[in-house]
Design a protein around this ligand. Structure first.
Ligand SMILES: [Zn+2]
Length: 332
């Protein structure tokens, strides 16, 4: 099943889509912009299904021949652009699959939909070829362009499309979704929602990832012992951390959530709003061993470590500075 009601959050996009269908004011070109994993494809699919559905109404019926074909991803009037080279969509891809086929009328529906995923991978020639199609699309054509980065698209393309920007989904909705569809317990859903920062697909990946659990366990183990560690222990820890260098941002996010919890607890003495509620004993300890100022310094150091790593400063050096700052500020 795929309905507008299955799209979590994104009210503005959903309202827009339903209203253009209702008023029969569908444009020829849309851009859906959103983070990787945020669910752009799912939204595009629901929209395409609704546009082609044989039944009356705004929601796709999920029952008619067209809807069933769309659900099986074999509706001949929905064309998904594919590309052989993983990092580029070439002019040939656009010519063969879009410009070259768009003049062929739809098979069964009154519309023909093109879905172009990862549009930021179109090189300049490909974009120019697509632009020609966007300048004079046939009456029945609807082109849905999906991208993580609208800035990678030519302004001339943007100006011919209705741009729909995805917004971060509220944590409470993400949590509810994870509990219902990924069947994770309340506490885990909350941690994953806090991490995913409104990205529903990322939340789902985190909730079903063993790697994430492992990183979380190690981060918390480190936090519990850092004030007793000497410089040798810290060097050893950094060596171990090299193992999950790729996920280091997740690791740093876990530390940041921990210290934000500690700060919150120090200020309110209330455990109910904490993300790491189940670690309350240790959060209490962290809060009592640091000053407000110390906790602020640690949170700033975490941000700084992230920007250093993204600027390619040495991993070992960055982590050493970070862990020493944490240690220094974890003991009144
Ligand atoms: Zn239908």
């Amino acid at each position: 099943m795929a309905n507008f009601t299955d799209i979590i959050g994104q009210k503005m996009i959903v309202d827009h889509m339903k209203s253009v269908i209702e008023k029969d004011q569908v444009s020829h070109a849309y851009i859906i912009s959103g983070e990787r994993y945020a669910g752009k494809e799912f939204i595009a699919n629901v929209f395409a299904m609704a546009l082609l559905c044989e039944e009356e109404g705004v929601e796709p019926c999920n029952e008619c021949h067209s809807c069933k074909q769309a659900l099986g991803r074999n509706n001949p009037d929905i064309i998904y652009l594919t590309h052989e080279k993983p990092n580029v969509i070439s002019v040939d891809d656009i010519r063969e699959q879009v410009s070259g086929t768009i003049s062929v009328k739809p098979y069964a529906a009154k519309r023909k939909i093109y879905i172009i995923s990862e549009a930021e991978k179109m090189n300049n020639n490909a974009q120019n070829a697509l632009l020609k199609t966007l300048e004079e699309p046939p009456e029945y054509a609807v082109i849905i362009i999906l991208t993580t980065n609208v800035d990678a698209l030519l302004p001339t393309i943007l100006s011919r499309c209705v741009v729909l920007n995805m917004k971060p989904v509220e944590d409470s909705l993400v949590k509810e979704f994870l509990m219902k569809y990924v069947q994770v317990p309340d506490y885990k859903a909350e941690v994953c929602a806090a991490f995913a920062r409104g990205n529903i697909g990322k939340a789902k990946i985190l909730a079903s990832s063993e790697e994430f659990d492992k990183i979380k366990t190690e981060a918390i183990a480190l936090l519990k012992h850092i004030d007793e560690m000497n410089i040798n222990d810290i060097s050893k820890t950094i060596k171990q951390m090299n193992e999950y260098k790729l996920e280091i941002n997740d690791f740093l996010d876990i530390l940041a959530i921990w210290y934000r919890d500690a700060l919150m607890f120090k200020a309110t003495a209330d455990a109910n709003n904490l993300i790491f509620r189940d670690e309350i004993r240790f959060i209490k300890q962290t809060a009592s061993r640091s000053t407000y100022e110390g906790l602020e310094i640690i949170l700033k150091a975490l941000d700084k470590a992230k920007s250093r790593l993204s600027a390619n400063v040495s991993f070992d050096l960055t982590m050493e500075l970070l862990l020493l700052t944490i240690k220094e500020n974890s003991n009144l």
